[in-house]
Ligand binder design. Structure first.
Ligand SMILES: [Zn+2]
Length: 402
């Protein structure tokens, strides 16, 4: 390469914004129905709150319109008969169902424009990965992504396509290694299953777990199969686990594993339903957990893509993801919501005045149970996995058996 071209490219890289926010107003143009817990206007609210906090259009950031994913991109993971059915059911707003594909029930309703909407969700995450891997961004946030319950030919848990699995396919074809961390309150079952037999993606999910808690998977025993043995990691939590429990799991397990694996890309699912005020879950986290997780991921120094996920109290979602984006780009924000956001709060009927939650700890008995459960989980995983990753000076192969 000649010297002038080298310096031109160098300057371009140095001048290019470091952080990308992928967004489209169309994210909120559809509806699962008034009675459904998944409210798509959470994306509009989040973006508006980011704007009111002065976090959109800042120097060093870029706002990128989410493009729809192309059919061939989806077909790298999803089955074509499933995609064709999804597209057909979405055309005219008629009443359709095919339970083999998980489509048309109360959980995963079919509505007009559904196919276009899910293509946009997937396209958003594909673009976030592209911004980081090809456009020199340090990190990117695809708030519409994180649809982690999507399977190759089945909708589940309000997820029709799996944006993360789709977006990672080209990187995997290039031989890249990925770490996926999922902090949503629910187990990241769709992503785990897609990569359960490969060592090219390390999946780590921390979530509430129990016989009565969707999706009923994600036990500590699920560690991958064949070449993927040791590359699926689950940290199941009991109800009432709080910020302190998450912080310990990060320090003792999640961060050492990321460091040991040395991926080319870190992709994290940032579902906001572990919050104590979420109506569908029983965890007791606050917005401090979202900021803590964001700081941890940023400080790994790895190329980082964050995607959204669950969250069924809209203002929780908006506050959590606004704080995440502020953490990602290194912006200071006050504890209180901006005064200019008051009309929106009134519209929502919300009394909340705070961007950050007040500190909260679980009750002592609940915390003791959560701590005991976490200690048991972590000691099992440390025994099983740390030798494989050569963490703590353990030998590489002894003690790791399927
Ligand atoms: Zn969830």
């Amino acid at each position: 390469m000649n010297r002038c071209l080298f310096f031109a490219l160098f300057r371009l890289v140095m001048m290019s914004p470091d952080f990308a926010l992928i967004y489209s107003h169309a994210f909120s143009h559809y509806s699962y129905g008034d009675a459904h817990p998944f409210k798509v206007d959470r994306y509009r609210l989040t973006f508006e709150l980011m704007e009111h906090c002065g976090l959109v259009g800042r120097e060093g950031t870029r706002l990128v319109e989410a493009p729809p994913a192309a059919r061939e991109a989806l077909e790298r993971f999803h089955r074509s008969d499933y995609l064709a059915t999804l597209e057909r059911f979405s055309r005219d707003g008629g009443t359709y169902a095919d339970f083999r594909y998980g489509l048309g029930d109360v959980e995963n309703p079919v509505f007009k424009g559904l196919y276009d909407w899910v293509c946009l969700m997937c396209g958003s995450t594909i673009e976030a990965v592209r911004q980081v891997m090809e456009e020199g961004c340090r990190a990117a946030f695809s708030m519409a992504g994180g649809l982690h319950h999507g399977f190759a030919a089945r909708a589940s848990g309000f997820c029709y396509l799996n944006d993360v699995v789709v977006a990672l396919q080209p990187l995997l074809a290039q031989g890249k290694r990925i770490v996926y961390v999922d902090i949503d309150a629910h187990h990241g079952d769709g992503v785990q299953q897609a990569f359960y037999a490969t060592d090219q993606v390390l999946t780590i999910s921390i979530h509430e777990y129990g016989k009565d808690f969707y999706p009923y998977s994600g036990s500590v025993q699920e560690v991958g199969v064949d070449a993927g043995y040791g590359y699926a990691v689950n940290v199941p939590l009991v109800a009432h686990s709080d910020d302190l429990i998450y912080q310990q799991a990060f320090k003792r397990l999640i961060l050492p594993l990321i460091e040991a694996y040395q991926p080319d890309l870190l992709i994290t699912q940032m579902g906001a339903d572990a919050m104590r005020t979420d109506p569908l879950t029983r965890l007791e986290c606050t917005t401090a957990m979202m900021e803590y997780a964001g700081r941890c991921f940023l400080e790994t120094g790895l190329p980082w893509v964050a995607v959204g996920g669950g969250g069924y109290e809209r203002l929780n979602v908006a506050r959590a993801w606004t704080l995440l984006w502020a953490t990602m780009i290194g912006a200071e924000v006050p504890d209180a919501l901006p005064a200019t956001f008051t009309p929106t709060l009134r519209e929502l009927g919300s009394q909340t005045r705070w961007l950050r939650d007040p500190p909260h700890l679980a009750l002592p008995d609940d915390f003791a149970r959560a701590q005991q459960s976490l200690d048991k989980t972590l000691s099992f995983l440390e025994r099983r996995l740390f030798p494989l990753y050569r963490i703590g000076g353990a030998a590489s192969s002894h003690g790791v058996t399927a």
